[in-house]
Every structure is written in C-alpha cells, then in structure tokens.
Design a protein. Structure first.
Length: 162
C-alpha cells in the first residue's frame, strides 16, 4: 500500500511540475504587448485618416518556387516561408480539403499530365472566389507561402489577381 501511495505522489508531483512549466512557457507567448499590435496600428491609421499600407507581393514564377523547393527544402523554407508572392500557374483541380478549406491544385509550368513531382496548392478563405474558375486555365494568383510537405508547396490566403 505504501508503494502505491508513494507512486501516486510522484505522479501528481510530475503533473504539477509539467503544468507549471506549461503555464510559464505558454504564458510568455501571450503576455507581451507590442506597440505594433493590429489594434494600435488600426487606431493610428484611423487617427490620421489614412489607410494602413498594403504589403507589396513579390512577383515570382511558379518554376522558381518549385525549383527552389526541389533543390533544397530547408533553404527554400527559410527564403520563402511567410512571404507574400504573386505568380501565374495552370489550375489542375478546384476542390476542398477534408476540413472544408477551398483550394486550387496548380500544375508546374513545364509538366505534362503524368508529372508526379512537386506541386502547389493555393488555399482560399472563401470558396465563392473559386466558383468562376476552370481547370486547365492559367491564372495569376497571390498568397503567402506556408511551406512544403509531401511534395506540395502550400500557399495560404490566396486571391486571384487576373
């Protein structure tokens, strides 16, 4: 009986210590305040009656993005992750993922119908933006590079430019 009691105390002690560590680590992420918070920036913009500047998208080719990720995924992630880019690509598929997020599957610029290498997926917030698009058509798109997994470069917050 004493062994069970001692084991329970050790278990409870470990849980308490992990909880404290989690609170310290998790709490430090949300406790800092910045003068550049969205609310502060919005208040500054409305105080001067000028809209906040929009980020300018980097114009790249789909071939450049795919080439960089094919050459070295780690280096390409450092170079492109979080960057707002604008590029043109041919739509291979218009669909939704299992969570209901609408996306375009994009063909690499020099691929044929049997290409099985690196591809791109451009995720949209609103599926209404995709309803007028067609497969096998090239569009100019804009979005933020999220990274690459299992051979697919993921681009989020996409919009159709042309």
């Amino acid at each position: 009986m004493k062994k069970v009691g001692k084991g329970c105390l050790i278990f409870i002690g470990v849980i308490v210590v992990l909880g404290i560590i989690g609170a310290v680590v998790g709490g430090s992420k949300n406790t800092s305040t910045s003068s550049n918070s969205p609310a502060t920036t919005q208040n500054q913009a409305s105080a001067t009656n000028t809209p906040a500047p929009k980020a300018e998208a980097m114009k790249v080719t789909a071939a450049e993005l795919i080439g960089d990720f094919d050459k070295n995924k780690l280096s390409a992630a450092d170079k492109w992750k979080g960057k707002l880019v604008q590029f043109s690509a041919k739509v291979k598929n218009i669909s939704e993922d299992i969570m209901g997020s609408p996306f375009l599957s994009l063909q690499p610029p020099t691929s044929d119908q049997y290409y099985f290498g690196t591809t791109m997926q451009c995720f949209f917030k609103d599926k209404e933006a995709l309803k007028s698009l067609s497969n096998d058509t090239t569009y100019t798109l804009q979005g933020t590079i999220d990274g690459m997994s299992i051979g697919i470069i993921t681009i989020k917050d996409c919009s159709v430019v042309q």
